[in-house]
Design a protein around this ligand. Structure first.
Ligand code: 3HC
Length: 283
């Protein structure tokens, strides 16, 4: 199947990064947000990234013009009707996804693929509310999506071989390295990353060490590019909490039980870098 037009649903941190990546790779890309304010905010973030790339010489003036021409924003779902692939990157809320998938299923042409960027929710459940579950899979990007080289391709019981093959080729065409995982909560990366991140929060709660010392320890002791609190703020505390809850729901393993401090911070609107405050202050 030839992919020409990509639809991305959600222009937040992940959706915006994914739309940017697709446009940079030469795909005609339409990104949809629920209202103009959120769309403008997301498109401004992409524009800032492109300007930075231009100033660093990573995009020539000609490439910058062409790349911008590849991307269009919309608040109408109908503008995605002729897309060959949809990448859904809306909020990690199953009710929201279960409302969206049947609507997309009715709207899209029969051969279009429906991919979710979910980090831990059941892709099987999303496919089950459509009449094309063989064409539904996960395509999980990592933040910052234009930079991180990995994507996880998530296969449900119903996903066809042909779909997986097309998604693998598509991922490679974006310059990504795909890995394949079964549809189980957390897939590969979050199943391993979430216990690490929430253990750091527990360590802070228990007064074992300070935020700065824990971050310094993991950066310099393990060679990680960011310490756990910098990464929590970067990924989003809300996103981390949802991922922890989803994996905990599936396995009931205390390793994934969200620590009270993480929950309280999310309840207080401390989502990390995107809200101006998390474990660090960005205001
Ligand atoms: N678009 C294009 N380029 C971008 C960009 C964007 N949105 N964001 C960053 N970059 C580029 C920068 O311009 C820079 O380019 P250069 O090397 O040519 O100068 C390069 O990426 C590195 O960025 P910086 O110089 O600003 O900063 P760092 O060298 O510190 O790298 C980082 C930043 C790549 C974010 C690095 O710190 C890192 O790898 N951190 C770990 C990130 C990580 O672990 N992500 C996965 C989280 S888990 C997840 O997302 C799953 C979810 O489900 C929870």
């Amino acid at each position: 199947m030839e992919i020409r037009k990509v639809g991305v649903i959600g222009c937040g941190l992940m959706g915006g990064g994914i739309a940017q990546t697709c446009a940079q790779s030469g795909y005609t890309t339409v990104v949809r947000e629920v209202n103009q304010e959120l769309l403008d905010k997301g498109l401004a973030r992409i524009e800032a990234a492109w300007q930075k790339m231009e100033s660093k010489g990573k995009l020539t003036a000609q490439q910058a013009v062409e790349t911008r021409e590849h991307l269009r924003g919309t608040i109408n779902l109908e503008d995605l009707a002729d897309c060959d692939i949809i990448i859904e990157a809306v909020i990690e809320n199953m009710e929201e996804k279960l409302r969206l998938y049947p609507a997309l299923d009715r709207l899209l042409k029969p051969e279009a693929l429906l991919l979710s960027n979910t980090s831990s929710l059941s892709v099987t459940q999303m496919g089950a509310v459509t009449k094309r579950s063989d064409k539904v899979a996960g395509l999980h990007f990592f933040n910052p999506a234009p930079v991180m080289q990995l994507v996880e391709i998530v296969r449900t019981i119903s996903t066809s071989d042909e779909t997986i093959e097309t998604v693998q080729q598509f991922a490679r065409s974006l310059g990504k390295t795909p890995v394949l995982a079964k549809d189980t909560a957390g897939f590969i990366v979050n199943f391993l990353l979430i216990p690490y991140l929430i253990s750091a929060v527990r360590m802070l709660e228990n007064g074992v060490a300070s935020r700065d010392d824990i971050d310094t320890a993991m950066k310099l002791g393990c060679g990680y590019p960011m310490g756990p609190f910098t990464l929590l703020d970067y990924v989003g505390l809300d996103t981390t909490l949802w991922a922890a809850e989803a994996i905990y729901d599936e396995y009931k393993d205390p390793l994934y039980a969200p620590p009270p401090l993480l929950r309280r911070m999310v309840q207080s609107g401390y989502y990390g870098k995107k809200s101006g405050k998390g474990f660090y202050d960005y205001q």
